[in-house]
Design a protein around this ligand. Structure first.
Ligand SMILES: CC(=O)SCCNC(=O)CCNC(=O)[C@H](O)C(C)(C)COP(=O)(O)OP(=O)(O)OC[C@H]1O[C@@H](n2cnc3c(N)ncnc32)[C@H](O)[C@@H]1OP(=O)(O)O
Ligand SMILES: O=C([O-])CC(=O)C(=O)O
Length: 383
């Protein structure tokens, strides 16, 4: 066996997949053969879920049935709401609250005793978790605002229903479509760290709740999904400093800042999702007359390219760089940005787990041992 070390598993092929394809040099992303641009423009998030989980686009009848099944699974048990209240009291971060609540959901899973190798049951579990995540997040946010939880509605789409439960008002078409598009953009991305985490867990024949709970944990970190909140915090900090944004960034880089929302393990050029989100952020700003956040982000992007030559180092905006400026304009609090990423990426976690389990093999790499090999035992009183 080769003893070459692949730190961070960079470039290591560990599985075959037909869910999503990324060309990191061309800035191209496709889900099951459909470009992200086509999907962002034409597909609903539910259509994307169907595509990822069933391998092809649904017919109208299949989509109607799928949407109804999802909508019927949105309710969460009162005990989960009680848990969320406790977590609000403990001032828990929403991403951690989501991780805890998803883990608790398994207690109310009707097919709890299904064999983990029963892929149809795993798919239904994945669908239930996906349907309930928006309910958990909206409830958590309302509880911490001291407001009553709003029950899900079955007549609204996944994105619109989240915004409805979150605000208590039915969203307008622009907000619902923008949010739906953001969910589509984040749904899958190859064997990223959180998806791989879910697959590692599933490879032991643990159940879907464990896989998704682990995926949420992996996504929360600042090198992964956590970066979308970091970007918006940076933009707010820049704005509140009253300094010239470019000078602020220059100083921060000199102090060793890793610019959140920049760089990617796979892309060497601008992430195609960042291109779409940038355009959306600009359009929303133009429509509302409040282009401040888009402008600051865009100016920073230009500066990093023109003055810091980030592009020559293969550094470019990733999906997280402009998403926050879109969510901000939808009135979503900063610490919900990463949970919203999870609300979408659960589609990829479930899809990859199911695909991997079709031909499961325990994931178990090796580490090279570099410790001592033959120490003499020293009794505790002599150390
Ligand atoms: C949804 C997602 O998960 S997308 C990624 C979200 N994460 C972020 O936006 C956090 C900021 N970005 C990063 O930390 C990194 O680019 C990562 C973790 C995403 C990818 O990292 P890796 O592929 O491991 O690249 P690595 O850390 O080896 O960086 C390569 C070089 O680029 C530099 N670099 C990478 N990202 C950045 C950045 N955001 N800002 C400044 N420099 C950077 C590194 O310092 C390193 O420079 P060096 O060779 O002079 O030491
Ligand atoms: O693919 C990755 O490494 C990070 C990720 O999840 C994404 O960009 O959506």
């Amino acid at each position: 066996m080769a003893d070459e070390l692949h730190k961070g598993l960079e470039g290591v092929l560990v599985a075959e997949s037909s869910l999503s394809y990324i060309d990191g040099d061309e800035g191209k992303l496709v889900y099951r053969g459909y470009t992200i641009e086509d999907l962002a423009e034409n597909a609903s998030y539910e259509e994307v879920l169907y595509l990822l989980w069933h391998g092809e686009l649904p017919t109208r009848a299949e989509l109607d049935a799928f949407e109804s099944e999802m909508a019927a699974e949105r309710d969460i048990d009162d005990a989960v709401v009680d848990l969320l209240r406790d977590l609000v009291d403990a001032d828990e971060d929403p991403m951690n609250a989501l991780r805890t609540a998803v883990s608790q959901l398994s207690a109310y899973e009707p097919e709890d005793d299904a064999d983990p190798e029963d892929l149809d049951a795993s798919l239904r579990k994945g669908r239930r978790i996906t349907a309930k995540i928006p309910t958990i997040l909206a409830a958590y946010d309302r509880l911490r605002r001291g407001e009553d939880v709003v029950e899900p509605r079955e007549d609204l789409g996944h994105a619109a229903n989240f915004l409805y439960m979150f605000t208590g008002e039915e969203p307008d078409d622009v907000a619902a479509e923008t949010f739906d598009m953001a969910l589509t953009l984040h749904a899958d991305h190859g064997l990223n760290a959180s998806t791989f985490t879910s697959m590692v867990i599933a490879s032991t024949l643990a159940d879907m709740y464990s896989s998704v709970t682990g995926g949420i944990g992996a996504l929360s970190g600042s090198l992964h999904g956590g970066a979308n909140q970091d970007v918006m915090e940076l933009l707010v900090e820049v704005e509140e400093s009253g300094k010239d944004p470019l000078q602020w960034v220059d100083d921060a880089i000199a102090d060793g800042l890793r610019v959140p929302g920049w760089g990617h393990r796979v892309y060497n050029v601008k992430d195609p999702r960042a291109v779409i989100l940038e355009r959306k952020s600009k359009d929303l700003g133009n429509a509302s007359g409040e282009k401040k956040w888009y402008d600051i982000a865009h100016d920073i992007e230009q500066y990093l390219i023109d003055e810091k030559n980030f592009d020559e180092k293969g550094l470019a905006p990733n999906v997280d760089f402009y998403s926050g400026t879109v969510y901000y304009q939808l009135g979503i609090p900063l610490d919900l940005y990463t949970p919203i990423f999870a609300m979408s990426r659960v589609g990829g976690w479930v899809g990859h787990v199911l695909e991997y389990q079709e031909d499961n093999r325990l994931i178990r790499p090796r580490g090279r041992y570099i410790g001592d090999e033959s120490n003499d035992w020293t009794p505790i009183d002599e150390r």
